[in-house]
Each structure stands twice: as C-alpha cells, then as structure tokens.
Design a protein around this ligand. Structure first.
Ligand SMILES: Cc1cc2nc3c(=O)[nH]c(=O)nc-3n(C[C@H](O)[C@H](O)[C@H](O)COP(=O)(O)O)c2cc1C
Length: 224
C-alpha cells in the first residue's frame, strides 16, 4: 500500500469509528473534501442506508460526441439508474478543475492529460471507504482509455478485499480494454468484466439499453 492509500485508509477507518456514513443524503455530508460546496448536493443520489455497495462514477455534462449539449452526462444517467435499482450509495468523482463545456476543448485537454499521464485532482473524497465491499465503477471512454481522473481515483484508495464492477459509456469503442487497465492499477481488487453502453443511446433512448443494464445487474446479483 502506498503512502496516499495508507493515509486514506486511515482516514476512512476513523470515519468508520465515528459512525459517519456515505449513505446519508447529500445535505448530511456524503462526501467531504477541501471545499464543501453545493455541487456535492447536486451530484449525490440517495441510495439505501447501510448498503455495502458504492457506485463511483465520473461523467461530464455539456457538449459531447453525438448528443449535442446535454444537461446530464451519459454515464451519470446510467449511474443514477443503477444506483436506484441496486440501492448503492453514490460517489461522483468531481474534478477540482472542471472540464470545459465545449467538446473540442475537452478533447484537447483530455489528450494532453493522457499524453502526460496526468492525475487531475479530485475535489471530494469517499467517507467510510472501509465499509464497502462492492464498488460499481462508471466512466466514459476518453481517447480509448479511462479518463485520467479515474486513474487518479483508483490510485487514491486501497481496494484490498473489494470487488469492482466496471461499466462505461462510449461513442463506439466499447470497453476499450478498460477492465484490464483497471486490474493493472488495483491488482489487490477482484475486477469483473465490464458493461459497455453506447452513450448516445443512454442519453436519447434509455429504454432500449435498460434491459441490458437490468440483465447485467441481475447476472451480478445486484437485483433478483
Ligand atoms: C475527451 C473525450 C474523448 C472521447 N474519446 C472517445 C473514444 O476514444 N472512444 C469512444 O468511443 N468515445 C469517446 N468519447 C465519447 C464518450 O466516451 C461518450 O460520449 C460518453 O458517453 C461520454 O460520457 P459522459 O457523458 O458520461 O461524459 C470521448 C469523449 C470525450 C469528451
């Protein structure tokens, strides 16, 4: 375990001891970080209290591939549905520096981050990390890869004893090998094969992907 993970594991265990929980509604601090802002309220989705599943996702609203300008990112739409059905607690990865609304600008920034193997700073932290055994991890494909901020997230926590269920949205690349990329970063975790959803369909025709998501949740014993 590296130093960062040790520190976070330590903070998590303190939070467990104090009885703090990520399962509380946003207004009762589901996340904490350098800045407590109303953003956390906007992004949190209530799950069932006391659940052992945590759904972590990264998603970007604004202009995107094939969908125009959207108020809610594609991955977030899928994430909210999965959270509602499973009762998982939810943690949205929020960048310290938000990505631009403009698609081309975001493409350029993401390319630069990938070229530099950047680890963009995350604004918020998961409280009570130690209480979760199951992590459902949602992200978009960026330049045939995980967004660098998702690597930053994975490298910040100790996944010992955790099972990770990845899902993603994409514009045609599918999984893009991301489950293996995740395995390489957190070899201590049991990382399952992922679910890939076309972002545009999630955004514009959710009913047609819903059965696939339901089947994935069923196959992984999240729902009956
Ligand atoms: C910076 C950036 C890079 C992208 N690169 C890819 C890619 O390599 N392959 C792909 O299929 N889609 C790519 N896309 C499309 C996104 O994966 C797709 O629109 C996804 O559903 C966006 O999810 P979100 O709305 O949750 O952010 C890219 C989008 C952005 C913004």
């Amino acid at each position: 375990m590296n130093m960062k993970k040790t520190v976070i594991a330590f903070i998590s265990s303190l939070l467990v001891l104090c009885g703090c929980s990520a399962s509380q509604p946003a207004s009762e601090e589901p996340v904490s970080g350098p800045e407590e802002t109303t953003e956390t309220e906007e992004t949190a989705v209530p799950g069932e209290a006391g659940g052992k599943e945590l759904l972590v996702y990264f998603s970007r609203a604004g202009e995107n591939w094939d969908v125009g300008v959207v108020e809610k990112g594609n991955t977030r739409i899928a994430a909210e549905y999965i959270a509602e059905k499973t009762g998982a607690d939810v943690f949205e990865i929020i960048p310290v520096v938000p990505y631009p609304e403009n698609y081309n600008e975001t493409l350029a920034i993401a390319q630069e981050e990938k070229d530099n193997q950047a680890r963009p700073e995350i604004k918020n932290v998961v409280v009570n990390w130690g209480s979760y055994e199951t992590i459902i991890l949602g992200y978009p494909i960026w330049h045939g890869d995980l967004p660098m901020i998702v690597y930053a997230f994975l490298e910040s926590y100790d996944f010992t004893g955790k099972t990770v269920y990845p899902f993603n949205t994409h514009g045609g690349s599918g999984l893009a090998g991301t489950p293996d990329k995740i395995r390489a970063v957190i070899p201590e975790a049991d990382v399952r094969d992922g679910l890939a959803l076309t972002g545009k369909t999630v955004q514009n025709d959710f009913g047609s992907v819903q059965p696939e998501i339901d089947a994935w949740m069923h196959d992984n014993n999240f729902i009956p």
